[in-house]
Design a binder for this molecule. Structure first.
Ligand code: 3PG
Length: 207
């Protein structure tokens, strides 16, 4: 069930987590990240501009856009309608899983504990978001989960940065990481797309 999600996670080492306040920033921001080598992008549903931003990014050549902060079936439906090709959630609920399955929308659901991961695995999800990564125990927890749950892979997100991303990416059960550090608010506000392309390039050099 999560084969397509796993393929999306394997495209690049980092999935930028984007908080877009102004939808006119979305396309140039996506172009900057694609140019830097990060084509898979998560636009969080945390701003009024988010759905319009997803629609704009879906038209950017080379970009693969997903919706983040997908909490409800309604979020999943709206994200899909806007052009999202996948969804990311900080956790999972039976209703959300059902909705994404009904929409055929690949989902990267969040999990931290063995029980959460096992419930998702039982339902066919073996590619999970490990969130909030640093606050939950980070690398030590992922190492501990790799023993009993060798078939589960993670995209750690939350507190990941250029400084620690390489350590996460070296773990056998980490396919990619997610993070906002490649698209900082101040750079987006200043429309400093060159800086963002540089941050993306730095992130790609991690592997
Ligand atoms: C989020 O959903 O906010 C992501 O986890 C991003 O976290 P970060 O800002 O710590 O990268």
């Amino acid at each position: 069930i999560s084969l397509r999600t796993r393929q999306l996670c394997a495209v690049a080492p980092v999935i930028p987590v984007l908080v877009i306040e102004d939808a006119t920033q979305a396309a140039p921001l996506a172009q900057a990240l694609v140019a830097g080598g990060l084509p898979v992008l998560e636009v969080t549903l945390r701003t009024p501009a988010a759905l319009e931003a997803i629609a704009a990014v879906s038209k950017v050549k080379g970009a693969i856009v997903g919706a983040g902060t997908v909490l409800t079936p309604e979020d999943a439906l709206a994200a899909r309608a806007a052009g999202a090709q996948f969804a990311v959630s900080p956790g999972s609920t039976p209703r959300l899983l059902e909705a994404c399955e009904a929409l055929d929308l690949p989902l990267l659901p969040g999990a931290v504990t063995a029980t959460e991961a096992m419930l998702l695995l039982e339902r066919g999800y073996d590619m999970l978001k490990f969130f909030p990564a640093e606050a939950s125990g980070g690398i030590a927890i992922l190492k501990a989960l790799a023993g009993p749950l060798p078939n589960v892979s993670f995209c750690p997100t939350g507190g990941v940065s250029l400084a620690n991303a390489g350590d996460y990416l070296r773990l056998p059960n980490t396919v990619c990481v997610g993070g906002s550090w490649v698209a900082p608010d101040d750079a987006i506000d200043a429309r400093d797309w060159e800086r963002i392309t540089g941050l993306a390039r730095d992130a790609c050099r991690l592997v």
